[in-house]
Write a protein that binds this ligand. Structure first.
Ligand SMILES: [Zn+2]
Length: 149
């Protein structure tokens, strides 16, 4: 599954970086409409993150691959996603934050872009792909208005 080709994002930036990650995590969707997904179960998630920009930082990176791995893999690997503060039906969250594939993809984008906003060279996370099973994946693409500047 890793090394596959992913949907491309059209853009005019000079540099584009892609980071693949694979992680094991459990989740459940506590909604009556979720069927069997209401039970705790696990997936081997395959995640691809696309970052682009016109400028490199002082080291010659768009962003360090390791930074992306730290944000996503270190946080979610071997976890129960519902226990992460980013997910679940808690007062600080909207109701649409159960860790569905869509919400996982959006949340990963938010976590990564928040970090990228601190970089002097201002890279942008253009796309996050989250594959939950060999036959199911979601792509989250940020819109222009989702970026700070
Ligand atoms: Zn699931």
């Amino acid at each position: 599954m890793i090394h596959q080709f992913y949907p491309q994002v059209p853009h005019e930036y000079r540099y584009e970086l892609n980071k693949d990650m694979q992680l094991a995590a459990a989740h459940f969707i506590p909604a009556s409409t979720a069927g069997k997904c209401a039970n705790v179960h696990g997936h081997t998630y395959v995640i691809n993150v696309t970052i682009a920009g016109d400028h490199l930082n002082e080291t010659g990176f768009l962003v360090d691959f390791k930074t992306i791995k730290n944000i996503v893999h270190d946080r979610f690997d071997h976890s129960l996603l519902n226990e992460d503060e980013a997910f679940g039906d808690t007062p600080q969250n909207d109701s649409d934050t159960f860790p569905t594939t869509e919400v996982v993809a959006r949340t990963i984008w938010q976590l990564i872009q928040r970090e990228l906003d601190e970089c002097v060279n201002k890279p942008r996370c253009l796309q996050v792909l989250v594959r939950e099973t060999p036959t199911s994946y979601v792509v989250y693409r940020a819109k222009e208005g989702d970026f700070d500047r």
